[in-house]
Design a protein around this ligand. Sequence first.
Ligand code: PLP
Length: 403
Amino acid sequence: MAGTWIEVDLDAIIGNYHEVIKRLRPGARCMAVVKADAYGLGAIEVARALERDGCEAFAVTRVEEGLILREHGIKGLILVLGPTSQEEWPGAIAAQLQLTLSELSSIAELNEVCAEKEQHLPQQVQVHLKLETGMGRTGFQFSEMEVLAVALAKAPHLQVVGVYTHFARAAQRDRNYTSGQYERFTTLTAQLEELGIRPTWKHVCNSAAFLDYPEWHHDFVRIGTLLIGHYPGPGFREKLTLSDPWVAKSQIVHLREVPKGTNVGYQSIYRTKAITQLAVLPVGYADGFGLAPHFMPQGWIDFLKIVFKNLAALFGIYLGQEQVELNGRRVRVAGKIGMQLTVIEVGMQECALGDEVRIPLRRTGANPRIPRQYKQAGQMVSERIMKEGVLAAYTECSLQGET
Ligand SMILES: *Cc1c(COP(=O)(O)O)cnc(C)c1O
């Protein structure tokens, strides 16, 4: 089958997990953040591999993500980080997901849902309190502590197992801001304790804070980025030995020799400068190829770079044009990336229909429809295929020698 697919090396993820856990403070555990389909790698496979390796806790943003993990056999703690809605609660409670509380009004309502006998739900739901300390997103604030304590005292079906906050600038290594957030967290939790709320666990660290502030590991660190083999920012390089589990590949589906001066693609922004070969790949921006998040320039140098790049483009010089790798050599994308097709200029190097090409595809931007193939010890162990946005097939491959 010609096409585009993604290979995920589960051994690399496990290796990254070990790099994390061997640096944990005594008493701290790693909560693997597998939100957004494990940053595009595939939440089920990643969570399964980690759980087999001893990981006991997972985090996702939404209830449906947690339910999918439970349905696929994940036994460990699953924390839902994002806000949840009433319709989702019975399902979440039945599946024993842990929920994040960040809003006063939900406390009595959630308690009510647990109390309803007809639903045959577990009588307790485990919750984590989210505190707002500087992210400006969700969480209880200073002024709400007393009302929060009163509301919780009237909600016997809620078991407060955790309290946490999330750092906004840890990846930028903004020590002032991050320490400020941590201080507010400490003040807020102390106040809660005075009011009689003593959650079992505290957790504050994401990947960046885990690296920079070992003294803040507490009971859990919530790690996503490091597990998928990335550093949270440029300043962290070489701190751990990480490996990238992700390779996106496509295949040449059309190949043609063309003369000098051939226009390529929409708006003919690309024109060949000599006799050459053009190859077509079945991948485009509908698959997430060529899509990058919009970054605000970080300072003057960055701003000038952006201006320069755009000026050069006016004169037909494409700086930072996407490149792919064919037989170990870098090859340029010719012209605009299409919806589902992309042309590359391969020059006169020898190549053929069906040749594999490695493509730079952002993990979180890659369309879930692209099949994921999972490898362990160099062998393919399973494959995931989505159709119409839902899981169509999970094929567990038999290892060589077995049938
Ligand atoms: C995404 C997320 C994390 C993980 O952050 P990384 O930097 O990817 O490790 C931790 N905590 C919360 C609340 C998150 O949303």
